[in-house]
Design a protein around this ligand. Structure first.
Ligand code: SAM
Ligand code: DTB
Ligand code: SF4
Length: 365
């Protein structure tokens, strides 16, 4: 990897307005990562006063009595968003399987014995039909995933045509293609890409238990490239991989201290897939997942927080609590990338029962 993280000089006014972390906090603070001024303004969160969160502060939030945590998360959510509006984002795996990375959760890795068959990149017309279908069923964002370690120049050109197909239909376009090289983000931006999804996945001190073929800094480098190209950042992680509560706090601290923090934050629950090293991972208490959503909402108040993978194994009641905790986006459609998601009808029925509307959440100051 050639890119390095180069901190920008923080804006003095922003620094002056930034609340100071309580003096009593002694645990290590996840270091804020400042991005250079972007090519064009990102749609939200840019150059706003941003609090720096220590891991200890976030762990303290996770420890709160459940009602107090829900109250704080609801209060923050209501200050910035319509509390009853949820985004529907449809996901499509445009290039499946055969991935050389060894992410322990992922059925698309060649290192694991899952039943996923490798495919080539989908053709533009196939993708266009999927986009039209997603739009007709109410989605406002279309996210395309490819099982690459890092796309090659020719892949970037081919995906650009897919992005244009999404934009032609008037949906927000998001891609997750792996690590980006210099110049790639700019090409994707020029094709109309709104968001690039690249997850930190877990806390730095748990990361090596899950992935050995790329490191944390590689991920941060790609996020810098995305941000500097002026594409909005979609970055989150996975909960339920055997990490401790403190490590869940560590993941949220890393995300919240990106400067600016991501516009879109997918919080995935591990989907246990046969043949992957995490297939037999012990179940996480679902309320711990809800707590993680709540601290993501509190620490990244203006982000779209997505209740992402894992809903197929979640009760309606737990999903409802995730919305109470401040989630305002879901993956919509009966498939994620390679695993099942609740059907569109089931989701619309659940949202109806909860009195939630679907649309395009826009953060207020
Ligand atoms: N290959 C690209 C990469 O890893 O950057 C893009 C696709 S990858 C499948 C996108 C994200 O999906 C991963 O970073 C991970 O957070 C999430 N993911 C993959 N498998 C998952 C699983 N079994 N359960 C929950 N989330 C998963
Ligand atoms: C994200 O954070 N979650 C999505 C999306 N970004 C690309 C992927 C979830 C994948 C779940 C396992 C699968 O279906 O293969
Ligand atoms: Fe490959 Fe992405 Fe799966 Fe990791 S998460 S194995 S990089 S497809």
């Amino acid at each position: 990897m050639s890119a390095t993280l180069t901190p920008c000089a923080p804006d003095a006014a922003i620094q002056a307005a930034t609340p100071v972390a309580p003096a009593a906090v002694t645990t290590a603070t996840a270091q804020p990562v400042h991005f250079h001024a972007p090519h064009k303004s990102p749609k939200a969160n840019a150059r706003v006063a941003q609090r720096v969160w220590s891991v200890a502060e976030i762990a303290a939030l996770l420890e709160l009595p459940f009602n107090d945590l829900m109250f704080q998360a609801q209060t923050v959510h209501r200050a910035h968003f319509d509390p009853n509006l949820v985004e529907l984002a449809t996901l499509l795996s445009v290039k499946t399987g055969g991935c050389p990375e060894d992410c322990g959760y992922c059925p698309q890795s060649v290192h694991h014995e899952s039943s996923v068959e490798a495919t080539k990149l989908m053709a533009v017309d196939e993708v266009r039909s999927a986009v039209r279908e997603a739009k007709a069923s109410g989605a406002t964002r279309f996210c395309m995933g490819a099982a690459w370690r890092a796309p090659k120049d020719r892949d970037i050109e081919a995906v650009s045509a897919l992005i244009r197909a999404v934009k032609d239909e008037g949906l927000e376009a998001c891609c997750t293609l792996g690590m980006l090289d210099d110049g790639h983000a700019e090409i994707l931006r020029d094709a109309g890409l709104d968001y690039y999804n690249h997850n930190l996945d877990t806390a730095p001190d748990f990361y090596n238990d899950i992935i050995s073929t790329r490191d944390y800094q590689d991920r941060l480098d790609t996020l810098v490239r995305v941000r500097n190209a002026g594409i909005s950042v979609c970055c989150g992680g996975i909960v339920g991989m055997g990490e401790s509560r403190l490590q869940r706090a560590g993941l949220i601290a890393e995300l919240a201290n990106l400067a600016p923090y991501p516009e879109s934050v997918p919080i995935n629950h591990l989907v246990k897939v046969e043949g992957t090293p995490l297939a037999n991972q012990a179940d996480l208490d679902p309320l711990e997942f809800v707590r993680t959503i709540a601290v993501a909402r509190i620490t990244m108040p203006k982000a779209r927080v997505r209740l992402s993978a894992g809903r197929q194994s979640m009760s309606d009641a737990v999903q409802a609590l995730c919305f109470v905790a401040g989630a305002n986006s879901i993956f919509y459609g009966d498939k994620l990338l390679t695993t099942a998601n609740p059907s569109g009808n089931a989701d619309l029925e659940l949202l109806g029962r909860l009195g939630l509307k679907t649309g395009h959440p826009v953060a207020r100051d």
